[in-house]
Design a protein around this ligand. Sequence first.
Ligand code: ADP
Ligand code: MG
Ligand code: MG
Length: 207
Amino acid sequence: MDIDLARAWVQAIAVAVGRHKDHLTQLDSAIGDADHGTNLDRGFSAAAAVVADLDAETVGAVLTRTGTALISSTGGASGPLYGAAFRALGKSLDVPVADQRAFAAALAAGLESIRKLGTAAPGDKTMIDAYAPAVAAFEERSRQGDGFAAAAQAAADAAEEGMRATTPLQARKGRASYLGARSVGHQDPGATSTALIFRALADVAAA
Ligand code: ADP
Ligand code: MG
Ligand code: MG
């Protein structure tokens, strides 16, 4: 990944989140407080504006600034969590061009920071349920010798699968957990936005 691809990724996420804003909010209205789409639309729009003007010298600068913008603009539980993840990605990629192995490690660092901050485990019906399988798929395909675009494609597919698999789960973290068994039968909003984030990566990597 180079600086232009990092910038394109953030901008593609902003476009995707804008397009799916109502859907994300709808999902959050079933098991939360109906703000996930508006939260993320605000956050990623702010991040996209910041990186568009940024005179970055490293991939990390783009992603770290994205994380900072998310923390200050998003709101909700998801803002600090995605913010921490992008800041961790950025911190791991302090280079003008990151090779695939470094990017895989950065994704893992992003996941670790979400885990640390939110203390959710796989199966708790959160963004982790899409993020963790995406990282595993990216790592696995990279190990098998596939290129960046193919690995990103596999990561996006795995994130979407993980997203769908949240539906039968009972939430154990975040606002949805207050509903107990009533959270069962609804797709998690954060897992859904994570799937958008990885699909955006696959799209820009394929372009
Ligand atoms: P809020 O619940 O504060 O309104 P959002 O609606 O923006 O925040 O985001 C909700 C999403 O955040 C959930 O669908 C879930 O995926 C994710 N989430 C909430 N709490 C946690 C947590 N502790 N760890 C990981 N993800 C979480
Ligand atoms: Mg919400
Ligand atoms: Mg909220």
